[in-house]
Design a protein around this ligand. Structure first.
Ligand code: HEC
Length: 109
């Protein structure tokens, strides 16, 4: 579990000079590169990620009922309060944050 977090944070930390997904501003492409490791390719996390990190299911009814652009945007920029999800400010470009947040709003549709 720690290994996964370290690897992801290392990717985030190098974001300044090496852009995620080659700088793509396609939401699905950014999600695949920056989010799918923990949240799963479709937004439904693998069981071990739920058990080990408490990753949330972005396709589930509970999340879909309360999700909003503002909630997702804030989560991506700041990460989670418990530190289990890294902050992506600086690792993703502004345009990538906007694109991936819009994409998360379509998951499970
Ligand atoms: C290192 C694993 C990891 C990565 C990478 C990651 N997340 Fe998360 N994410 C989490 C965890 C863990 C939580 C639950 C945090 C908590 O308990 O508050 C979470 C929660 C969320 C939530 C809040 C869900 C809710 O129920 O309110 C959103 C939205 C989200 N992630 C989107 C993203 C997006 C978009 C990306 C990519 C830019 C991403 N995450 C990358 C681990 C990750």
């Amino acid at each position: 579990m720690v290994g996964v977090v370290v690897a992801v944070v290392a990717v985030a930390a190098t974001g300044c000079d090496r852009t995620v997904a080659g700088g793509s501003t396609d939401g699905a492409t950014v999600f695949a590169a920056a989010c799918a490791t923990c949240h799963g390719a479709t937004g439904k996390p693998p069981p071990q990620m739920v058990d080990q990190l408490g990753v949330r299911d972005l396709t589930g009814a509970e999340f879909r009922a309360r999700r909003s652009r503002a909630l997702i945007d804030a989560q991506v920029r700041r990460g989670s309060a418990n530190g289990r999800m890294p902050a992506f400010t600086g690792a993703l470009t502004e345009a990538q944050i906007v694109a991936v947040s819009a994409y998360v709003l379509t998951l499970g549709d």
